[in-house]
Design a protein around this ligand. Sequence first.
Ligand SMILES: [Zn+2]
Ligand SMILES: [Zn+2]
Length: 302
Amino acid sequence: METPGRDRLLAEHIRARPHLRDIFQFYEKIEEIWNASHPDDLLPLIDLRDASVRGRLSEGIPLVDRPAFARIPLTQTALQFRKIITVMKQGGGEREIYAQRISTFMRNSHKPEGEMIGDLLAREDGHFDNVSGVMEVPRPLLVYLLKMSLRISFERLHETLMTFLREIEWEFPHCPVCGAPPVIGQAISNSRRRYYCFFCSFHWECQALEGCPSCGETDTEFFNLLYKHPNEHQGILACETCRTYLKMLDQRAGPDLINPDIQEVVGLHLDMAAGEMGLRPLGQPAAHAEVIKRAGIDDYRP
Ligand SMILES: [Zn+2]
Ligand SMILES: [Zn+2]
């Protein structure tokens, strides 16, 4: 779903950061695809019976039931996936090579793309690793393409559940909708924090935890906010104990909503700095964080 001002915001970022032009332009093309596409109905992924919901939420279990992805039609998602692959093919270089590999794999599987995508999302992570290995396409790139293809469908789902989601009590540092870890945290006051989901782009607010969102470490010798750029109000919450980090934005002075896609690019230097310190993003398994390769994002060289 198009948010008013998203285009304008993007144009401003491109102007201000010409060295990131290529990445932003790729993202701009994805936005064009979204604007001309329709969402799939993801509501059947959720069991909204009262007892079921209450039990799940109190235990920190997200609403989306992953195996259900294999049972719903993902026709629109598949269409967007194919369009994004086409854009990648026009880009040349490494991006084009990966796009070719994905197309070949899809063709050889003799399965409708929507079914294939549903199967990838429904099954355990080992299956995903396996497919990424056979395709010879890095897993993070595959995840990025899937999440971009699902974005407007998830946004439709969030809208449908808006009233419900606003009322739920959720004090966990992972997404109440899809269960993925946050990609960015935002300090909106001294005691409140807003998290942006890495996968479905949902954002939620909860009490700022005193310690590391991953392992609970509170000793400031091991857990601290590092690399705070004076003008950018962003840094990383880094934990030496569990070796994870979370990008943080300080918005206590102006708690505006951010666009996490743009923010992710603008904060690339933070990911690099964290990577050099041997830290991995919060909630991402160690083995998957080593090769961060998102289309147009990680093939960027300063
Ligand atoms: Zn999510
Ligand atoms: Zn930790």
